[in-house]
Write a protein that binds this ligand. Structure first.
Ligand code: ATP
Ligand code: MG
Length: 180
């Protein structure tokens, strides 16, 4: 499974429709301060179902909508679409090309889409559950998170390592079984 591209329309600083392709290998995004690098990562996090404005450096969820600049008026909607190559079926669905998308309007309405069809947030969460990619996983590490990991207590750091390694779910299953 591989993230092929991200398309942003009206998300944070991306007023105009912008498509960012990730070719095979490692992609590095460089640019001056404030040019929108972190916004791209936040767009991915948001499309995967992020529900915390704080994790998006915002106070309200609707703050992700482009708020206007000298050259462009504010918009009423933000949309982000993620295209995945799922030909290895790492994500448990029949789709080999998988697109998930999210929109939000100024009134706070959120819509989610799976390959163009409206779906629930729950459907997106279920798809990415236990893949190590979804919301709350450590596949996206923000600048603040790095410091947090370094400063965390050994037991908390162990939790992070076990989660990343995919061991944690077995530990919790073991605990559930032991308590039965
Ligand atoms: P750095 O190198 O400092 O980390 P960066 O490239 O990661 O910078 P971002 O933090 O992604 O930059 O982008 C910040 C820019 O996005 C700021 O100029 C900010 O005004 C703009 N921005 C954030 N939210 C919105 C919004 N809703 N509407 C318009 N612009 C926005
Ligand atoms: Mg940044």
């Amino acid at each position: 499974m591989k993230l092929k591209s991200v398309e942003l329309i009206g998300f944070k600083s991306f007023a105009k429709k912008t498509r960012i392709n990730f070719p095979t290998g490692i992609t590095e995004i460089v640019g001056p301060n404030g040019s929108g690098k972190s916004n791209i990562i936040e767009a991915i996090r948001w499309a995967l179902g992020e529900q915390s404005a704080k994790n998006l450096r915002s106070s309200r969820m609707t703050d992700v909508i482009f708020s206007g600049s000298q050259s462009y008026p504010a918009l009423n909607r933000a949309k982000v679409a993620l295209d995945f190559d799922n030909s290895d079926h790492f994500i448990d669905t029949n789709y080999t090309d998988l697109q998930i998308a999210r929109t939000v309007y100024r009134d706070g309405t959120n819509n989610y889409y799976l390959n163009g069809k409206p779906c629930r947030l729950r459907d997106i969460q279920d798809l990415f559950m236990n893949t190590g990619i979804g919301n709350g996983s450590f596949s996206i590490i923000s600048q603040g998170k790095v410091a947090q990991i370094f400063k965390s207590k050994p037991v908390d750091r162990r939790f992070i390592i076990e989660t990343v390694a995919g061991i944690y779910k077995y530990r919790s299953q073991k605990e559930i079984a032991a308590n039965k």
